[in-house]
Write a protein that binds this ligand. Structure first.
Ligand code: ADP
Ligand code: ZN
Ligand code: MG
Length: 492
């Protein structure tokens, strides 16, 4: 029986409430490392090619603080409405591991750069706010590589990652469901990308999500014992791992077992968590102030400057799209969640004066996102061309079906919309004779609409224009049709 089946059978999940706190490490997008001048461009670099005495932890070297990394954490602090410290300090977090030659990481313990923030986002149950305990700066460790070399099992160390700047963001344990946890991580990822602090790709470790999960009988105040779950490399895995862990704990407690502090890993293959190691107690790290770095003072002028540089944040943007353009909450969410889609939408609005925003948004979230997500798509969209296309659609100059074909061709080849319209024969019929014939047929077939119009229901003309467009497969010049129809109908 699987854990899920056991939980279902015993009704375990209905008796308990989950308590979840999330720790996220983000690799900051600086040019150089946290405390030395080594380049952070280590992707695909030869092992140990991006190191110096500082990030190798050799004796007698001194760290220098990377200002850009500090500014990213402060910017994040403002973005999550946190209190940004006027004085912060660096602390040594001591532990032994082969990927940590100094024997300690420089981190921030008692005085983090940002504290007491919050992040609000939509879930399937409505808006939810996660309270953020702190955001602080630290340095990354090196990386161990276990492999076979000349028939021997060896462990190799690559110090390229050593000293890379990391921001750790820790929430309060006020998350209650796996979905809330995933949505929080997604919103934070979007925020990181929006302010440019991190690319936050989970697959390559730029964003590492760890979940602390415990359960308690519904109605009980006191927290249960927490288990830490790591190694989730997608948002889906975050949600699945937490859901699995909640069920596992419920089944265990129902069976009379007790939960102990441990670190568990998520195994994608079996879709389950497994024991990795017992959890260290906090004081094992023997934190103490870093003697090689002075406390960091943040002046009000510096903070104000960082705050002023913040771009429009996702929450503000979603609200603006709803209020200014009449987008639904759902559409605004889809658009803002995707940086390329947002850029296309903004670009098309800027390039095409008078382009209807709501229709444009439909095109971006519909056709554009469908094609962009298509396998091996490699296509692209010129915002000005999309604006031109949407204006043609809005004017009734081309049919929806034709417009989709035009868009697909533009996306694949980059050809101009006008050129595609021309070459594919989607060009409007502006020939008076050809239009006249189509109009006569439509008028003969729709005597009721004609009578309505003549009786004063002028809006009936819209219906008739639509019929002519349909009869010409969207190719009639809508403005000409309108004029010609009026001429005929107003003639008594
Ligand atoms: P550590 O580094 O030891 O994991 P932190 O204080 O950095 O400790 O992180 C602890 C995380 O666990 C926080 O997100 C906190 O909200 C969460 N947490 C604390 N107690 C519980 C609990 N009983 N159940 C679930 N999460 C918890
Ligand atoms: Zn270095
Ligand atoms: Mg932890």
């Amino acid at each position: 029986m699987t854990v899920a089946q056991a939980a279902g059978k015993s009704g375990a999940l209905e008796k308990y409430e989950a308590v979840i706190g999330i720790e996220i490490h983000c690799q900051l997008k600086t040019v150089s490392k946290m405390f030395c001048g080594c380049s952070t461009d280590i992707d695909g670099a030869a092992p140990n090619s991006h190191c110096c005495p500082v990030c190798l932890g050799l004796p007698g070297v001194l760290p220098t603080i990377n200002k850009a990394a500090v500014e990213f954490v402060i910017a994040t602090g403002f973005a999550i409405e946190a209190t940004v410290a006027s004085t912060t300090r660096w602390d040594r977090k001591n532990y032994f591991y082969p990927d940590l030659p100094k024997g300690y990481q420089i981190s921030q313990y008692q005085l983090p750069l940002a504290a007491n923030g919050r992040l609000t986002f939509d879930t399937s149950d409505g808006p939810f706010t996660v309270r953020v305990n702190r955001a602080h700066l630290e340095e990354d460790t090196g990386r161990l590589i276990h492999q076979d070399l000349d028939g021997r099992r060896v462990s190799l160390i690559d110090f390229n990652r050593s000293g890379m700047p990391l921001m750790e963001i820790v929430t309060e344990p006020n998350i209650r469901t796996a979905e809330q946890a995933r949505r929080y991580a997604e919103e934070l990822r979007l925020l990181m990308r929006t302010i440019g602090a991190s690319d936050a790709e989970m697959e390559n470790g730029q964003m590492r999500v760890e979940a602390n999960v415990s359960i308690r009988p519904i109605g009980r105040e006191a927290f249960g014992t927490r288990v830490e779950v790591k190694n989730m490399n997608s948002m889906r895995a975050v949600e699945r791992a937490i859901a699995f862990e909640i069920e596992r704990q419920a089944v265990a407690i129902d069976a009379g077992e007790s939960i102990h502090m441990e670190t568990r890993g998520w195994d994608e293959g079996s879709q389950s968590t497994y024991h990795m190691r017992p959890k260290e107690e906090e004081n094992d790290y023997r934190y103490f102030p870093e003697p090689d770095l002075p406390p960091l003072l943040t002046t009000p002028e510096w903070l104000a400057e960082i705050k002023a540089r913040l771009p429009e944040l996702p929450a503000t943007r979603r609200t603006r799209y709803r209020e200014a353009y009449g987008l639904s909450a759902y559409d605004a969410g889809v658009l803002v969640n995707d940086a390329a889609a947002t850029a296309l939408f903004e670009g098309a609005l800027a390039a095409g004066a008078g382009v209807p925003a709501k229709l444009l948004a439909n095109w971006v979230t519909g056709e554009y996102m469908r094609l962009a997500k298509g396998e091996g798509s490699g296509g692209s969209t010129d915002p000005a061309e999309l604006a031109a296309l949407v204006k043609l659609v809005a004017a009734g100059a081309i049919s929806g079906t034709n417009a989709k074909e035009i868009f697909a061709e533009h996306f694949a080849s980059g050809a101009k919309v006008a050129a595609i319209v021309e070459s594919r024969g989607f060009r409007q019929i502006s020939d008076a004779g050809a239009l006249g014939a189509a109009i006569d047929t439509v008028l003969a077939a729709n005597p009721a609409a004609v009578a309505d119009y003549r009786a004063g229901t002028l809006a009936a003309i819209g219906f008739l224009v639509g019929q002519v467009m349909k009869a010409t497969r969207g190719q009639a010049n809508a403005a000409m049709v309108q004029t010609a129809l009026r001429e005929r109908l107003d003639k008594v």
